[in-house]
Design a protein. Structure first.
Length: 430
């Protein structure tokens, strides 16, 4: 417990009795009062002169307090580039690498003829119109977008844009130059394709501007998303801006013109406008990096569009560059992801993993001669992990497998008859 210091009243009495001490105190008080009176009179009758005099005095600078020093150190970072300027910079850097793809094809031509269905019968001279094929003509049947990923003319686009083997594909760059393009590979799973510019001999040294690929695993909901593409097949390099609205979406996409239809998983949702013709164009962040490939829009809705994460396309680009084809690993099982409902329905001891089951139409749970078949995987097995990576509803078996290549050896942790076992197998090719 703290004690207050004791006051020595005897010393105070002695100091008061000291006349010299009292004289000094009176002098100081008198000077102070006189100064105050002089300053008051001067400020009352001569305010401007008094202010000027005070401002001219060089007062000693006060040392910074710890609080003021601290506030200087923790000033928040403020970007020198505005939000608007960041968008402008992104568009300027990426637009030269975005291309328009025009699809042309030999289609039949028809002419109208008047024909008597009764032939030359004079009693029934009836003429009705019929359309009869009269040769073929090359005609534009569709449009899309794409973007260069290398200086030698390698382009990423959507599979549904270039899926017609009988069609011809012409690429237009931003300066209006057109080139013939060849389809190198179509992704068997994703709506992705790799095509390449065909250069003539005199163009052999031609180099194209290409985009910077970002990391789609680091995308955040709410971050800015910028789409560039050939909107409606008419307005090239149209720019639209929005945000990332959702992640890991699963959609069923279809294209009436090409007849293309498939289910896409782990897709980015954005409210940046993606119109017909934008398919295959880039979705960018404010750094000017491609984070997705625009692929679909929701019919009957506003501001709901979808893009394939760029990290999925990176593997395709690498495979085509090295082998000129795109391959996928294949395990060979039909399964349902285990959640609480599946756990209760099938009386399982775990609430995660992939339960191996037959298809709804009676299809085999395990494909014959597949990697799973050779490893001895059986119906009703629950695959819990692949190479130590846990299988959940958010981390699907199909997603994990795509990290590997055909020929890779993997280890599966399997729950069979309430006993966990490890099984090694070599992935096949889809």
């Amino acid at each position: 417990m703290y004690e207050l210091p004791k006051i020595d009243f005897q010393k105070i009495k002695k100091a008061v009795k000291n006349k010299k001490f009292l004289g000094i105190i009176c002098l100081v008080v008198g000077v102070a009062m006189a100064g105050f009176i002089v300053f008051s009179v001067a400020y009352t009758y001569f305010p401007d002169q008094t202010k000027s005099f005070l401002q001219g005095i060089k007062w000693p600078e006060l040392a910074e307090s710890p609080e003021s020093y601290k506030s200087e150190q923790v000033k928040p970072y403020v970007s020198e580039v505005s939000y608007e300027q960041a968008i402008i910079n992104t568009v300027k850097s990426a637009s030269p690498a975005v291309v328009s793809i025009v699809i042309t094809k030999e289609v039949p031509t028809y002419e109208k003829q008047w024909v008597n269905p009764f032939g030359d019968d004079p009693f029934f001279n009836i003429q009705i119109p019929q359309y009869v094929q009269n040769g073929t003509e090359k005609k534009e049947i569709g449009e899309g977008s794409g973007f260069f990923v290398s200086g030698d003319g390698l382009i990423v686009t959507n599979k549904h844009v270039v899926s017609d083997a009988k069609a011809e594909y012409t690429v237009f760059t931003t300066d209006g130059t057109k080139y013939t393009a060849t389809v190198l590979a179509l992704d068997p799973v994703q709506d992705l394709a790799i095509i390449k510019i065909e250069l003539k001999d005199e163009q052999a040294d031609k180099k194209f501007p290409f985009v910077t690929l970002g990391d789609s695993d680091g995308i955040q909901i709410g971050q800015t998303a910028i789409a560039i593409g050939n909107a409606l097949g008419e307005f090239r390099n149209t720019v639209s801006v929005g945000i990332v609205s959702g992640l890991s979406r699963t959609i069923s996409a279809s294209d009436q013109a090409s007849g293309y239809s498939e289910t896409l998983e782990d897709i980015i949702q954005t409210d940046a406008a993606i119109n017909s013709g934008n398919s295959g164009g880039p979705l960018l962040n404010l750094k000017g990096e491609v984070i997705g490939i625009n692929t679909a829009m929701a019919e009957g809705a506003e501001n709901i569009a979808f893009a394939i994460p760029i990290n999925i396309a990176k593997k395709d680009i690498q495979q085509v560059s090295e082998t000129n084809k795109i391959t996928y690993p294949f395990l060979g099982v039909r399964y349902v992801l285990v959640n609480n409902d599946i756990k209760e329905s099938y009386k399982l001891s775990v609430d995660y993993g992939a339960l191996v089951l037959k298809g709804s139409g009676g299809e085999n749970a395990v494909t014959k001669d597949s990697a799973a078949d050779k490893a001895g995987i059986k119906e009703d097995d629950v695959i819990l992990e692949l190479n130590g990576e846990k299988i959940t509803t958010d981390n699907k078996l199909s997603k994990i497998i795509q990290k590997y290549n055909p020929g890779d050896t993997i280890t599966l942790k399997v729950l069979r008859d309430k006993e966990e076992i490890s099984i090694d197998t070599t992935l096949g090719e889809r």
